[in-house]
Write a protein that binds this ligand. Structure first.
Ligand code: GLU
Length: 189
């Protein structure tokens, strides 16, 4: 069973995300990863194995961002390996997503997206999520409202249960969180 954790605030988020993943370690997992908003791009790091392998592989002086998402994966679709580890991004590197759960109709969605010209680099069900969001988002102006609308439209297409955290490089101070039949807790302070 995987775990996801996100942070939006004023502090450097890498240590907060890594601590969050460590608190979720008891759930079991095969790989771990983080995505952090850095200036105008989303930086992703992922590793097979323990959260401490991820921690050791990340140069913390490189990560200054205060908005990010992180994941410990328990593979349901695709073997445990770095390519299949989360976060996953869309082809244009606009979105990064971590996902707990299963997208049951991912094969059909993947086929449709391939028909639109999208490529896939993992065996996961998850990789359709950022690409489907992008396919809706790219049809409209780059506004926060359209970011939200694109996520809502994509979620209407998904069958299955999920908790998702979504970063968009065009809106570096926020993330969208969604859940359907999977637990997700939001803390405010
Ligand atoms: N179904 C996704 C995958 O296999 C997410 C698994 C999980 O919840 O960790 O990558």
């Amino acid at each position: 069973m995987c775990g996801i954790v996100g942070y939006v605030g004023s502090k450097k988020c890498l240590p907060i995300l890594l601590n969050g993943l460590k608190s979720l370690e008891y759930r079991g997992y095969d790989s771990a990863g983080v995505a952090i908003m850095e200036k105008d791009c989303i930086e992703i790091r992922k590793e097979c194995g323990r959260v401490c392998s991820l921690e050791n592989s990340v140069d913390s002086s490189h990560f200054l961002g205060s908005v990010g998402i992180a994941h410990t994966r328990w593979a349901t679709h695709g073997k445990p390996c770095r390519e299949n580890a989360h976060p996953h991004k869309d082809n244009s590197n606009t979105f990064a997503v971590v996902h707990n759960g299963i997208i049951e109709n991912y094969k059909e969605l993947r086929q449709t997206l391939e028909g639109y010209g999208y490529s896939f680099y993992s065996q996961t069900d998850t990789e359709v999520i950022p690409n489907l969001i992008h396919s809706y988002y790219s049809q409209k102006e780059k506004t926060k409202e359209n970011f939200l609308n694109a996520v809502c439209k994509a979620c209407k297409d998904f069958k299955g249960s999920y908790a998702l955290l979504v970063l968009c490089k065009d809106f570096p101070n926020m993330q969208i969180v969604v859940r359907k039949d999977s637990p997700l807790v939001i803390g405010l302070r």
